[in-house]
Structures are given as structure tokens and as C-alpha cells.
Design a protein around this ligand. Structure first.
Ligand code: BGC
Length: 483
């Protein structure tokens, strides 16, 4: 790189660096925000939602049954048939469809009717016999014969019971105002009924809650350690088991009822994507501001916008546009309007592409050259590719280091290293943590730099929990006998 380019690129790279003190401050602020969220029900920007999920028991692995799971998470909608074999194992058949982009900003009617139609098609293919009872005209038999479905709905929902909850806000590019405040289980069930599909939506679960439960079922959390379920994919979030006494915002009658049943804990969906929306301690570059400005939930999910897959590519795209405007990169294009259309279009630079730039060690970064041509129709020089690689690594490193914050904070909050529970099981899922090269290692490095230190970091078992969200939703559906 020539010295002007290098100086500019170094300056930007530095802006993405987080030091130890900042990491530790963030951990402290996280736990203050978590405590505030456990005490206040608020949809405001200041609060991390900390949503009580009404999941009060952890699977043993002996659960048995055939259940459906439907998973609306980010870019895909999955419908699965899950057979729980009762011996920590499961079999899963699934169909996956890419959500048409226009549906993400359509109406509740259109979106939920689409979801129901996909569930219907799946049931016809895999459980067609269930339609016979529905068609027989015997209402009681039809009701009894329905398949139970666990609905993994991975957006912030204020849950009122295991099978009801109203949408607080959309995230990850969805923007359908008329769904806000509606019960998403009722919405899905009404379209399932309209389409005469023999399915009963028995439970609502966030993907992080599913991930947490699935690990207990499969027995991967062998010692029954304190555990966390986390997602680092299109979005990011985590769930953990909290003492009922600490969930100050639970209504008194609910607490009395739980205590009468000797229930001591409830799983909390933290919605940590909304950690530090007020930007008290999160790092802010001008690129973060630009990404937030064009997002569909401006001002919210500020942590997620620095960590998750949906946003990393968009941060990089903004850096590249800035370097072009300063005459540092792509100098053959005089004005912004002359740049390749795809580089000027938001969201087209993907985190999958960044994974490739991150580890490209081909001569002259030829693999990166091809990817940039394919993805953005952008021709580049070696020098430009080196700059892009350096900036990519800085953005991803910041994301992985920030990802360490909620994990460490919750470990501290749960007092996880006290008593006999000296190790913690962290079940993770999502495209970034699974596929982004080095993400988990960088995250671990940062955990070692926080209050728990290298010794604490060694006590964390961080493992991928494949299909966890669907298996967990099926487990929730099994545990709910409301049909
Ligand atoms: C949502 C969470 C979800 C996470 C990971 C976030 O945008 O608000 O509910 O768990 O993405 O899918």
C-alpha cells in the first residue's frame, strides 16, 4: 500500500479497536442494564428487554414425541418435524424457504398467510394422514389429532404465557408496522385455521431459548452446568436461567403461583441486541451512524448493529464509500455516481463475502478479486484488496470482541464460577459464529481480557448447537398441555 492509503486505512482500523478497559466497562454496564431490564417492563430505548419466557423447567433428555417446529429467524423460514426419541437423541426432517424480501415489509396478513402455507405444504408432504381427521367433519377427533407446533419467532416479543406474546418491534430488516402489539401465536394460528391445516401452535420460543433447551435435551451439557444459549447470526441475542426472586418485574400473582408449584427459576430472553441503545459505552464510528440511519429500527438494537451478520458487510461498504470519497480507493471513478451500482446499493456487501476476504491468502488476493467482481461487480487493484482485507479484519475483530461482553457479564451475573458449578456451558448457533473464520477464537481472546480473566475463559465450554432452536421449540410445545 502506498503511504497515503496506508495511513488512511490504519486510521480507520484503529477506530475499530477496543481496549481492555472499554471491554470491562461494557461488561459492567451490561449487568446494570440487565438488572434494570429485570425490574422494568419497557419498550423504550433505555431498557434491555430481559423478557420472562415462562419456560420454567429444563429438559432431561427423556422427552418423547413427534412435534412440528416452525422457525422465523432472519432470512429463512424453516418448518421441521422433530422426533424426540427420549434418549437425548432426535431425528429432524426440515424444509427451508428463503423469505421473499417484499414480504419482510408487507402486512401481517401477507406474511403470516405465507408462513401458514409453508407449514401446510410441509404437513401434506410429511404427515398427510393428519388431514383425514380434519376432513372427517368430527370436530373433537380433528382437534385431538392435531400436530403440536413450537413457533420459534426470533424477534423481541413480550410473552404473557408459554403460548402467547405480543411483538415489541421488528429487527433484522423486517418492518411491518401492523404486527407491532399483536399476539404472533394468534396471528399464525388464525392463518393455519383459515387454511384448514391440522396444526395447533402450542408454544412460542425465541431461538436463544430453543438453543438453551436443546443442549439440555441432547445432554451435551453433560454435567448440567450453568448454561447460556446464544445466537450470533443475522441477529444476536442470548438466554439464560434466572432466579424468580431476581425477576422483579414479574407480577406478584404470577410469582405466588410459581412459588406454590416450587418453581425457582425462569428462562430469560435478554434481547441483548438492544444493549446500550443509548450508546453510553459502545464504540461509535461514523460508519456505525450511517448503518443505523438506513436501518429499519433506527436507534434500537445498537449492540446487534456492531456484532451480527446482517450489519458487518454494510459497515464495510460504508467505509469503502468513504475512502472513495476521500480519493483513497477506486480512483478511476471520479464521482460516487460512477461507482458500480452494486457498491452503491445498501446491504449488498455480505458478511459471507467478508469471511472470504478475512482468510484470503491467495497470491495477490485473487480470491478476493473474484468475490468482489461477483458480489459487487467491482474491479480492484492488489493495493485496494489489501486495504479491504485489513478493514474487514478490523470490523470482524471488533464484532467478536463485543460478542464476549454479554457472555462474560451473564457468567458473572449468574455467579457461575461459585460452588460446585465451576464450568459454564455456552451453546451457540448462527452463521457468524459457525462460519466466520476465527470468530470464536477472537471472542475467547476477548473473554480472557475481561473481569473473568484467562482462568475464567478456560472454564467456558463454547459449542455449536446445531438445529437447537427448532428442537427447543418442539420441547416447549411438548411441555405445553393447553390443547
Ligand atoms: C432478535 C432476537 C433474536 C436474535 C437472533 C434479534 O434481532 O431481536 O429475538 O433472538 O435476533 O436471531
Amino acid at each position: 500500500m502506498n503511504s497515503t492509503v496506508k495511513a488512511k486505512v490504519d486510521e480507520i482500523t484503529q477506530a475499530f479497536e477496543l481496549d481492555k478497559t472499554r471491554l470491562q466497562d461494557l461488561v459492567e454496564l451490561f449487568n446494570e442494564s440487565a438488572d434494570y431490564g429485570l425490574a422494568h417492563t419497557s419498550a423504550g430505548r433505555e431498557a434491555m428487554p430481559m423478557i420472562p419466557t415462562f419456560v420454567t423447567s429444563i429438559p432431561t433428555g427423556k422427552e418423547k414425541g413427534v412435534l412440528l417446529a416452525a422457525d422465523l429467524g432472519g432470512t429463512n423460514f424453516r418448518v421441521c418435524s422433530v422426533t424426540l426419541n427420549g434418549d437425548h437423541t432426535f431425528d429432524l426432517v426440515q424444509s427451508k424457504s428463503h423469505i421473499p424480501t417484499d414480504l419482510m415489509t408487507s402486512s401481517s396478513e401477507e406474511l403470516f398467510s405465507y408462513l401458514a402455507s409453508k407449514i401446510g405444504a410441509f404437513v401434506r408432504q410429511h404427515h398427510n394422514e393428519k388431514f383425514d381427521a380434519e376432513a372427517s367433519g368430527d370436530a373433537a377427533a380433528a382437534e385431538a389429532g392435531k400436530l403440536k407446533l413450537g413457533f420459534t419467532f426470533s424477534f423481541p416479543v413480550e410473552q404473557t404465557s408459554l403460548d402467547s406474546g405480543t411483538l415489541i418491534r421488528w429487527t433484522k430488516g423486517f418492518d411491518i408496522p401492523d404486527t407491532i402489539g399483536q399476539d404472533v401465536v394468534k396471528l399464525l394460528q388464525s392463518h393455519i385455521d383459515k387454511q384448514k391445516i391440522p396444526v395447533h401452535v402450542a408454544a412460542l420460543a425465541n431461538d436463544t431459548v430453543g438453543t438453551l433447551l436443546a443442549r439440555s435435551y441432547t445432554g451435551e451439557n453433560k454435567e448440567g452446568l450453568t448454561s447460556l444459549g446464544c445466537i450470533f447470526g443475522t441477529g444476536t441475542n442470548g438466554a439464560y436461567n434466572e432466579k424468580i426472586d431476581n425477576i422483579v418485574k414479574l407480577p406478584k400473582d404470577v410469582v405466588a403461583d410459581l412459588k406454590a408449584k416450587n418453581i425457582t427459576h425462569m428462562v430469560i430472553n435478554t434481547e441483548w441486541g438492544s444493549f446500550d441503545n443509548e450508546l453510553k459505552r459502545l464504540p461509535v464510528t461514523k460508519y456505525d451512524v450511517e448503518v443505523d440511519n438506513i436501518s429499519s429500527n433506527k436507534g434500537y438494537h445498537m449492540f446487534e448493529k456492531r456484532v451480527s451478520g446482517m450489519f458487518l458487510g454494510e459497515i464495510l461498504r460504508n467505509v469503502l464509500l468513504d475512502l472513495h470519497s476521500q480519493g483513497v480507493l477506486f480512483t478511476q471513478y471520479a464521482r460516487k455516481e460512477d461507482l458500480p451500482h452494486r457498491l452503491r446499493t445498501p446491504w449488498l456487501l455480505s458478511s459471507e463475502g467478508m469471511s472470504l476476504f478475512e482468510i484470503d491468502d491467495s497470491t495477490n488476493l485473487i480470491a478476493t478479486e473474484l468475490e468482489l467482481k461477483n458480489m459487487l461487480r467491482l474491479p480492484t487493484t492488489v493495493e485496494e484488496r489489501l486495504a479491504i482485507q485489513q478493514i474487514t479484519r478490523a470490523i470482524a475483530k471488533r464484532a467478536s470482541h463485543l460478542a464476549a461482553v454479554p457472555i462474560t457479564a451473564l457468567v458473572i451475573k449468574m455467579d457461575a464460577f461459585k460452588g460446585h458449578n465451576i464450568e459454564v456451558d455456552v451453546g451457540v448457533d448462527g452463521s457468524v459464529v459457525e462460519f466466520y473464520p476465527g470468530f470464536r477464537t477472537m471472542m475467547r481472546d476477548a473473554i480472557a481480557d475481561t473481569q473473568v480473566g484467562a482462568k475464567g475463559e478456560r472454564r467456558l465450554h463454547i459449542n455449536i448447537s446445531k438445529d437447537g432452536s427448532s428442537v427447543g421449540a418442539a420441547l416447549c410445545a411438548l411441555s405445553n398441555d393447553t390443547i
